[in-house]
Design a binder for this molecule. Structure first.
Ligand code: NAG
Ligand code: NAG
Ligand code: NAG
Ligand code: NAG
Length: 513
């Protein structure tokens, strides 16, 4: 009896010890950064193969240094398009649960990112952060309520649309960049907070943004926690770059590729300036810097080699982002992390890190422990997207993909899925196991496909037929996710948006909320 009692006590004290040790580990890694500055750098349309740690012929030395002295995120997924990724980042929700799964927001659409979500900057502001967004918004602006200054950002310095001329900061309806005053719906799009800022007209955007961030940092107290969301337009179209950045890439003999790599280098310069400013103003040693592309590289010169597909597609080339996390606060750095991450995870991870409350309705996971201590990722699966819409022939389309463990299942049409060999060539011979553009023997646009994206990251071999048990298991998961699908929010363009009614400037004030 008594021996059994003492045994039980031993087990109990062993358990308590484990709990204490566990709590200790948790509190140690949590205690290091007390409200660190969070600098989230989001590149636009940057391809997997457009950064120098994936491609020795790219020129991104500042980013590479941060990546090498940080943690390279090798399994970090985003949505295939700008607006959906930005929606997921700032809400912590899968776009298909908030109506943002189909296409980007166009400048004339009378809607925006759902107002019933508490955005990441709002959550951080509640716990004492000052919050700043520099660059592209692309989450709606038809009503002031959709715009950054009304959604948790103390300051905004940038543009509302999805892209614009990199110098004159103007754009046509639905992203048409043509510099043509007479075109319907053409206007200027650059603001300092709520007011149009014409002073930047003529200056290339990386210069405009990094100068602004230098000023911002020099006027603030590094003791006060800051969230800086730096959403560059690099390397989004139109393909424009100051001439001096093109020189090292002249040998390529492919103009689009040359300009894209030059734009990537210009972006790197901007990041270098921001990092220097963080250091000079005393912010850096308490900063967490995250870098990611918003989706795969576009098809106008960006490159996702050796991944399949590009921006807009559900293939890995459209969704597996180049990225890293860097911070003097990280206990262990200088390695490549295979922690499975999805863009929705940043919300819970960053709010958790800052000491806030992680909302219950998030699709994300707090990844801090997994990233810093190498414990297994709390995430074992994710939804690439579920996109339902009525096509021009009034047929319902359902295109989706999900990941579970090492497997990826694609349902319907994942979009264009070729491999694009980099025009600049590969750095080392025999770097690739495959012929340049060898077809996979599976280019059916519809039906169900299954890939093991760990063994076959290039998605060469559809193994659905030989793995029917996996397919059936994943279909069960898919069906339960399908219950959460809300209709895509796709109102038709509204001519009231035309900048001509607002002094030639894309402006809020033409829709109801
Ligand atoms: C928030 O809005 C989305 C649509 O944008 C809707 O599906 C969802 O039910 C709303 N949630 C709440 C709590 O109102
Ligand atoms: C911006 O500068 C260009 C070139 O000087 C000029 O044509 C254009 O009108 C300017 N845009 C605005 C909104 O002032
Ligand atoms: C960062 O540097 C400042 C000034 O040198 C110092 O006061 C502060 O304690 C440092 N913070 C960390 C987390 O090392
Ligand atoms: C699709 O449906 C709409 C509304 O029901 C109708 O106006 C339109 O003509 C249809 N289009 C086609 C191609 O059938």
């Amino acid at each position: 009896m008594s021996s059994r009692g003492s045994k039980r006590r031993k087990i109990l004290s062993f358990l308590l010890l484990q709990i204490c040790l566990w709590a200790d580990v948790t509190s140690v890694s949590r205690a290091i950064p007390s409200k660190p500055h969070i600098v989230f750098i989001l590149a636009d349309d940057l391809g997997w193969h457009d950064v120098s740690w994936h491609n020795r012929k790219a020129l991104t030395p500042n980013l590479e240094e941060l990546a090498n002295e940080g943690i390279i995120l090798d399994q970090s997924y985003v949505q295939p398009l700008c607006t959906p990724t930005r929606s997921a980042l700032l809400t912590g929700r899968y776009p298909f649960t908030i109506g943002r799964q189909h296409d980007v927001l166009h400048g004339s659409q009378p809607t925006g990112l759902t107002l019933n979500a508490t955005l990441l900057p709002q959550a951080l502001k509640e716990i004492g952060y000052s919050t700043h967004v520099v660059g592209k918004w692309h989450l709606g602006f038809c009503h002031w309520d959709y715009t950054p200054n009304y959604r948790g950002f103390d300051t905004f310095f940038g543009y509302y649309n999805g892209g614009e001329d990199h110098y004159v900061h103007s754009v046509g309806k639905n992203g048409n960049m043509a510099f043509n005053e007479g075109e319907q719906g053409y206007g200027y799009d650059f603001r300092r907070n709520v007011d149009p800022d014409f002073s930047v007209n003529g200056t290339y955007d990386t210069e405009v943004f990094s100068s602004h961030i230098e000023d911002l940092l020099s006027t603030r107290n590094p003791e006060d926690p800051m969230f800086l969301y730096f959403a560059l337009q690099s390397i989004h179209t139109p393909l424009q770059v100051p001439e001096n950045y093109r020189e090292p890439f002249k040998y390529i003999g492919d103009e689009e590729r040359e300009i894209v790599l030059a734009m990537s280098w210009a972006m790197d310069d901007a990041v270098g300036r921001v990092v220097n400013a963080l250091k000079e103003t005393g912010h850096f040693n308490n900063s967490i810097i995250i870098f990611s592309s918003d989706n795969g590289g576009h098809e106008s010169g960006a490159n996702n080699w050796p991944l399949r597909g590009a921006k807009r597609s559900l293939w890995e080339g459209g969704t597996r982002a180049a990225g890293f996390i860097h911070s003097p606060l990280l206990p262990k750095t200088g390695f490549v992390s295979n922690t499975l991450m999805h863009v929705t995870d940043w919300y819970a991870t960053l709010v958790g890190l800052a000491g806030g409350t992680i909302p219950e309705n998030t699709d994300g996971f707090d990844q801090w422990e997994a990233l810093t201590s190498g414990s297994p990722s709390p995430r074992t699966s994710f939804i690439y997207n579920i996109d339902n819409f009525i096509d021009p022939h009034n047929e319902t389309q359902l295109n989706a993909a999900l990941r579970k463990g090492d497997y990826k299942m694609i349902i319907g049409n994942p979009g264009e899925g070729s491999w694009t060999f980099p025009p600049e060539g590969l750095d080392t011979e025999g770097n690739s196991l495959h012929d340049h553009n060898a077809p996979s023997g599976d280019d059916l646009p519809r039906g169900i496909k299954l890939f093991n994206v760990i063994d076959d990251p290039e998605e060469r071999e559809n193994i659905a037929e030989s793995h029917q048990d996996v397919v059936e298991d994943m279909l069960v998961d898919f069906q339960s996710e399908l219950l959460r699908l809300v209709p895509a929010d796709l109102p038709p363009d509204d001519p009231k948006s035309n900048p001509k009614y607002f002094g030639g400037v894309w402006s809020p004030g033409w829709c109801q909320v």
